[in-house]
Every structure is written in C-alpha cells, then in structure tokens.
Ligand binder design. Structure first.
Ligand code: ADP
Length: 330
C-alpha cells in the first residue's frame, strides 16, 4: 500500500453480463490500475433505480457483473469491490452535497437532457441528482483518480466543482478534487460498426458467451461498408473488425490483414473467422475463471460484503470529518 500512487474509484450500474465495450472501455483499465493504485470498484445499484422499470433483475445483474469483474482480473484481496447500497453513508453525503449544488447546473447537463428525452414520463428527482450522488460516491472515498469513458467528462468536472464549493463553503479541505482518467478505448463500436456497443443497441458481444455464440456474433459484424464484393479491395482503417483485430490478434496476423485486405487478398468472412478464433482464445482464461467462480455464488457475495465492510470504514471516517466541517451537532 505504501508505494501506491493514490486512490482510484469507479462505479458502474448493475447491467448484468458485461460486453466487450464494458471490458475495453472500463474493466481492462480497472484491472491494470490495481498495480499502481489502491482501487475501489462499486456496483452502483442506487443509481440504477433512476432508470430501471423493474428491480426484478437487480440481484442477478449485480451478481453477474461481480462475476465478470472478478473473472476479468479484479483482485479482491487488495481491491475493494462492493455494492453501493451496502454503504449507506453515500446517501448522507449526497444530501449534504446537494445543498452546495446549483439546480440550474444539474438541469443544464447534456446527460440529464438526454435522459429526459429517453424517459419523458419518468423524469424523477433522482435523475436530476444523479451527478450529485456520483460525486458523493467519489468524494466519500477521497478519490484521486476516476477511470471512466469520455462521456463522463462533464460529470467529473461537475464533481470537482461540487467538491470545491463544499470545501469553500465550509472552510475546509476535507474533500478531495478527483482527476478523470480516460480509458485507452473510450468508445467501442458494436457489431453494426456504427453505434456504441451496448445492450440497449443489441449490438454487443458478451464476455461470458460461449465460443460458438461469440463466433456467430462476430460473423454478423459489419466491415468496411464500401467493400461489396469479395474481389473489392477493403479499407481496414474504417473497419471495426480490423480495430478489434488490433486488440486481440497477434501482431504478424494484424500486419498480414492490413496488407491483404487492401488488395482483396483476404475476404471479410475469412477475416472475421480469424478474429473469432483469436477472440475466443483470448477469452478462454476468463471463461474458465468465471465458471470456477460460478460454482460458489456465496463466495462472490462474501467478497462483495467483505468489500462493503472495508469501504464502510473509510466512509465513516470521511463522514465524521464532513459532519465536523459542516458544523452539525455531535
Ligand atoms: P453506466 O451507465 O453505469 O456507466 P454502462 O454499462 O453504460 O453503465 O457502462 C459501464 C462502463 O463501461 C462505463 O465506464 C462505460 O464508459 C463503459 N462502456 C460501456 N459501453 C462502452 C463502449 N461501447 N465503449 C467503451 N466503453 C464502454
């Protein structure tokens, strides 16, 4: 711990089995950051309540997500992994921070406007306060670095403003201004090659899919749209399959495809078959670890509960300092 550079926190809503977009855009980074930082990763179930129509799947989705995170390489012996609602101090900090947050700024955020467009019949109070709860998540653990996709930029900037307002208002430096850390691949495209990969677009490839399911999804991937016939030369620079090859395939194969595609030496079907094989080979250790973990669901829940216990120790300490700074009666 002594040699760590600082504390990392990131949260994601319990969306169940994770896909390649989640992996490349977030989880891969979560895993890598463990080497240099004290890491805290949270499944934000309270945030999910702002958008879900039913909570029926909340428990299963939380479990599936935890399983994927662990199988991908989160190390619970050192990293704290927990469920947001298990540390209720975050709700208290959210309320306190809401008093230093201008309402107009919240309703001006593009993400809020987008949510209003998507669910006009459910513009609830929690939806407006989403960035404040997110700030509370981050600030409760005195987070230095938040690894997120670029889409979260305005929220992190907002979190910094709220922290500054709190510290200024109460003449304190109890809360820490977080820095954003973008992932290497902030936007992974789906199998349609157009939209961001996501469950709602049904253009995703799940990490936990079987090799055959994965192969089928890969074979549906859209390649260079200008390449119609097998004999047409392709352009790997605009092909999502080639982008994926660069991540999952050996360098000599990537170099070969880069040349052969441009002179129609290799067709899209062959190219996708190769990608499916390489992707499956890459995912094999993940799948084996996931299957082993799934044999003992209680152990996964134990990891989450134990993580919540460790998170709560930090949270209680911060809240004691926050209450003192605000001047609340002891
Ligand atoms: P949330 O709304 O809680 O962030 P998501 O499932 O949309 O839940 O995303 C979880 C994490 O995965 C986020 O950090 C997000 O940036 C990342 N992510 C999701 N889809 C993609 C994608 N297609 N490309 C890159 N990153 C993605």
């Amino acid at each position: 711990m002594a040699s760590k550079k600082g504390r990392v926190f990131s949260g994601a809503r319990p969306t169940g089995r994770q896909h390649l977009g989640n992996y490349l855009g977030a989880i891969k980074n979560y895993v890598a950051l463990q080497d240099d930082y004290e890491c805290i990763y949270c499944i934000v179930d309270i945030h999910a309540l702002t958008t879900v129509e039913t909570t029926e799947d909340l428990v299963d989705n939380t479990y599936d997500m935890a399983l994927d995170w662990l199988a991908a390489g989160i190390r619970p012996e050192e990293t704290i992994m927990f469920v947001q609602s298990h540390v209720p101090e975050v709700m208290e900090l959210h309320t306190i921070l809401s008093m230093v947050t201008p309402l107009g700024k919240l309703t001006d955020l593009p993400t809020f406007k987008e949510k209003v467009r998507l669910q006009p019949n459910n513009v609830n109070y929690g939806l407006v306060g989403y960035p404040v709860l997110m700030t509370a998540d981050i600030a409760l653990y005195k987070t230095d670095v938040v690894p997120v996709g670029v889409d979260q930029g305005p929220h992190i900037e907002f979190a910094r403003e709220i922290v500054r307002s709190f510290n200024y208002r109460y003449h304190t430096n109890v809360l820490v201004e977080p820095q954003m850390k973008n992932t290497e691949i902030p936007k992974v495209l789906g199998i349609d090659g157009k939209e961001k990969m996501g469950k709602s677009n049904n253009n995703h490839i799940e990490l936990a899919a079987t090799p055959e399911e994965t192969r089928q999804r890969v074979m549906q991937m859209v390649t260079d749209p200008a390449r119609i016939k097998r004999t047409d030369p392709g352009n790997p620079d605009v092909c999502n399959v080639f982008t994926m090859h660069k991540i999952f395939s050996p360098a000599d194969e990537v170099a070969m495809i880069n040349v052969e595609c441009r002179r129609a030496g290799i067709g899209c079907v062959e190219c996708k078959k190769r990608f499916a094989a390489n992707l499956n080979a890459n995912l094999e250790p993940f799948r084996q670890k996931r299957a082993a973990l799934a044999e003992n669901p209680a152990q996964v829940w134990d990891i989450l509960h134990e993580g919540a216990g460790r998170a709560r120790t930090i949270a209680r300490q911060t809240m004691a300092e926050v209450r003192e700074a605000v001047g609340l009666p002891k």
